[in-house]
Design a protein. Structure first.
Length: 318
């Protein structure tokens, strides 16, 4: 078979024509099935053969017989049309949310807190959608989101919105911070009952002589804790241990190793039953941060990712 003209385009209709002629056993039968006239179909075959520079069918008294080139064309047309069909089915399934993949990023403790129960519900509703959870620090999550490695990320909203931001934040919750003391710690005597607070309030200024258990310095939580302590006049807290995971800090507080400040969101969903006294921090410290699902601004978001975001915000009652 000689090389066909560079301008020749083997379209889907041509493939269907040849494949149908072979499977129906002739042009007359194929024309009937394709709802085209026999002369028109014969002309199409001639055009295809001329463009290819090869004969696809040998005319015999018993009808059309495929040439070697024809057999190859039929084989390839079946393969290509199968790909078309699979592609159409895949697109349909994606549109109907029968299949899909969503990659979501979260810090380790947020991933453990926010996703397990929701994911079980989501899988039951959309069993064909695969959800990949990537755990990393906030800085790493932002970089992965920028590089297109994540569809969504659970991030803390910046306290002051940047003039130009690469992300869009879809608010989930307003999280506050709590002081944790070992059970019966004497500093707890300074806690007060204040109207409008769900638990007793303790001013962090009373912690100036205490030993602290702090988050690792590469975590955003560390920045928030240090900001609170600085406002309380504790610029250089005595620290005996740093941890990535909040449950580690709670275990250490329960063991009497020191005091800690953690997010209320984590404390509320914790599964630990430890002897720890927990106090709210006065609102004058501005101790809140917004937790959001972040997406890359102006980027494509698949149907599966959109549905994940919709279902998750509904689950949280946002």
């Amino acid at each position: 078979m000689k090389n066909f003209d560079k301008g020749f385009f083997m379209n889907q209709k041509d493939l269907v024509y040849i494949k149908t002629i072979v499977e129906e056993g002739g042009i007359t039968q194929a024309a009937r099935k394709l709802y085209v006239s026999q002369p028109s179909l014969s002309q199409s075959v001639k055009r295809i053969e001329e463009a290819l520079g090869a004969t696809l069918f040998k005319r015999t008294p018993k009808g059309l017989v495929l040439t070697p080139e024809g057999r190859e064309y039929y084989r390839m047309s079946s393969k290509v049309l199968g790909i078309y069909e699979s592609f159409d089915e895949e697109i349909h399934n994606l549109k109907e949310l029968k299949t899909g993949t969503v990659t979501v990023g979260a810090t380790p403790h947020r991933g453990m807190l926010l996703f397990p129960e929701f994911l079980a519900e989501f899988y039951m509703k959309y069993p064909g959608i695969k959800v990949n959870i990537v755990e990393a620090t906030t800085d790493e999550l932002e970089m992965l989101l920028l590089n297109g490695k994540l569809d969504l990320a659970v991030l803390r909203e910046p306290a002051k919105p940047a003039p130009v931001s690469s992300f869009e934040y879809h608010g989930l919750a307003r999280d506050s911070f709590l002081v944790l003391l070992p059970k019966g710690h004497p500093v707890g005597e300074y806690a007060e009952t204040v109207e409008g607070y769900s638990r007793k309030v303790l001013d962090p200024k009373w912690l100036s002589e205490e030993t602290f258990l702090l988050p690792e310095s590469n975590l955003r939580l560390y920045e928030s804790v240090m900001s609170i302590l600085k406002m309380a006049g504790i610029s250089s807290p005595k620290c005996v241990y740093r941890a990535v995971y909040m449950e580690t800090l709670i275990h250490l507080v329960a063991a009497g190793a020191g005091v800690a400040i953690v997010s209320a969101g984590y404390w509320k969903r914790r599964s630990l039953n430890k002897p720890v006294d927990c106090y709210q921090i006065p609102e004058s410290y501005g101790t809140f941060w917004g937790v959001s699902l972040a997406t890359l601004k102006d980027s494509y978001l698949s149907r599966a990712a959109q549905r994940f975001m919709e279902e998750y915000t509904r689950y949280l009652g946002v």
